[in-house]
Design a protein around this ligand. Structure first.
Ligand code: HEM
Length: 199
């Protein structure tokens, strides 16, 4: 009898983090019909608090090791800052935004790749949110939704390239559980932090 094809790391990640995604998705209140501009701004502020330290840790762990990950093209902090500046923030107020006390520990490269998987995958669901926000704030000066727009037309190709780069960076299947743990921990950090956003 033929044994089943081994699952790719992306398939394993998707399956093993599904409940974590569902819980994180549930605390995102951007699709609520009574979303206000300040609610949207508070969501972006919370994301800024997460992405600033997370991207700094990822850069420390991964930068220079795997050029195929194209990290410099993937950082979202500049996009969040573009949106927040359009909503009235400046350098000083951005620097004062609160950050979570607890962040995923990234003891090694596999866990860091798991975190990166979560930040990259969020650009996919982000396309649904972009469509919703564009409609919801039509005629209102809400900025250009740079964070949710992410790579624009290139969201699909960037995700595909990420999947391929992930396999090259982590070809050893015995490391998959550590990548999964990094991803689960990151989803849970989002869930806890976003649940605390005051609307
Ligand atoms: C209302 C909020 C959200 C919605 C509606 C949403 C929706 C989606 C959808 C529809 C996909 C699949 C896209 C596709 O296969 O083309 C997806 C994938 C994904 N989302 Fe979300 N999402 C939300 C929030 C989040 C958050 C907050 C995170 C991160 C903390 C996240 C991380 C991911 C990841 C990692 C994937 C890739 C799953 C895979 O391996 O295929 N999502 N999301």
């Amino acid at each position: 009898m033929l044994s089943p094809e081994p699952r790719t790391l992306l398939q394993i990640l998707k399956a093993e983090t599904r409940p974590h995604h569902e819980r994180a998705e549930r605390v995102v209140r951007l699709v609520s019909p009574d979303l206000t501009l300040s609610g949207y701004r508070r969501h972006l502020e919370a994301l800024h608090g997460l992405y600033a330290p997370l991207e700094a840790s990822l850069a420390a762990r991964l930068e220079g090791l795997y050029p195929e990950l194209r990290l410099a093209e993937r950082w979202k902090l500049p996009l969040l800052e573009e949106d927040l500046r359009a909503l009235g923030h400046e350098d000083a107020s951005l620097a004062r935004l609160p950050r979570p006390a607890r962040l995923p520990s990234l003891p090694g490269v596999p866990e860091a790749l798991g975190t990166l998987y979560v930040l990259e995958g969020a650009t996919l669901g982000g396309q649904l949110l972009l469509r919703h926000l564009t409609r919801h704030f039509e005629g209102i000066s809400a900025g250009g939704f740079a964070f949710f727009r992410a790579y624009g037309e290139a969201v699909g190709p960037m995700w595909k390239a990420f999947g391929e780069a992930l396999l090259r960076a982590c070809p050893d299947p015995s490391l998959a559980p550590r990548v999964v743990r990094g991803a689960q921990d990151t989803f849970d950090t989002f869930e806890v932090w976003l649940r605390e956003v005051h609307w």
